[in-house]
Design a protein around this ligand. Structure first.
Ligand SMILES: NC(=O)c1ccc[n+]([C@@H]2O[C@H](COP(=O)([O-])OP(=O)(O)OC[C@H]3O[C@@H](n4cnc5c(N)ncnc54)[C@H](OP(=O)(O)O)[C@@H]3O)[C@@H](O)[C@H]2O)c1
Length: 153
């Protein structure tokens, strides 16, 4: 939640750095090596929350929307450079991050299986689990997608 506490500003800075600024910097710094390698890939992990945000996580959702956009444009820029740019868009996955919240979570192993199939088939955007349905709903009715996600799952 947004808060006027000084801690909120520090935490927001940290979350933006971890989720967005660092992947941007890493991409730039590693690019010369990746380009030289001949057959490389970048895999960024965003979230279904870039499609429609939940009110309790304003900064997290914003970083994921930014990462999604950055990943897409990076892919455009590297189209002819032999560096593939993948994006994993997870639904709710059973990891320490989601401990104690959410129902019917997917196992990390299921995410990996789904992504690996897509990776082998050169499918660059992996909508995992329920994010496939969310994407479809958002296409038909962005307002409904927002209503579903507003309070989280
Ligand atoms: N779980 C979900 O439902 C879900 C859904 C959508 C997207 N995602 C995304 O999936 C990715 C992985 O999340 P997860 O669910 O696997 O979470 P997790 O189990 O909590 O793991 C987070 C990982 O990020 C590392 N990390 C956290 N802050 C860091 C920092 N400041 N600098 C460097 N490393 C840092 C942690 O390292 P340490 O172990 O050393 O602390 C840990 O390895 C994240 O980008 C998350 O946003 C997760």
């Amino acid at each position: 939640m947004l808060s006027e506490e000084p801690d909120f500003i520090t935490m927001a800075d940290e979350e933006i750095a971890t989720n967005f600024t660092t992947p941007v910097k890493l991409s730039v710094l590693l690019l010369p090596f990746l380009k030289n390698n001949g057959n490389s890939a970048i895999v960024n992990v965003s979230s279904g929350l870039f499609i429609a945000p939940k009110k309790s996580a304003p900064v997290y959702c914003a970083t994921k929307a930014a990462l999604h956009s950055f990943t897409k444009t990076l892919r455009y820029q590297l189209e002819n450079a032999n560096v593939k740019v993948f994006e994993i868009i997870p639904s709710l996955i059973d990891t320490p991050m989601t401990h104690g919240r959410g129902k019917s979570k997917m196992l990390p192993e299921e995410l990996v299986d789904e992504f690996w199939q897509n990776f082998k088939n050169n499918k660059l955007e992996s909508y995992i689990g329920k994010t496939k349905l969310l994407k479809l709903i958002d296409r038909v009715s962005p307002r409904l997608a927002c209503r579903i996600m507003k309070n989280g799952l």
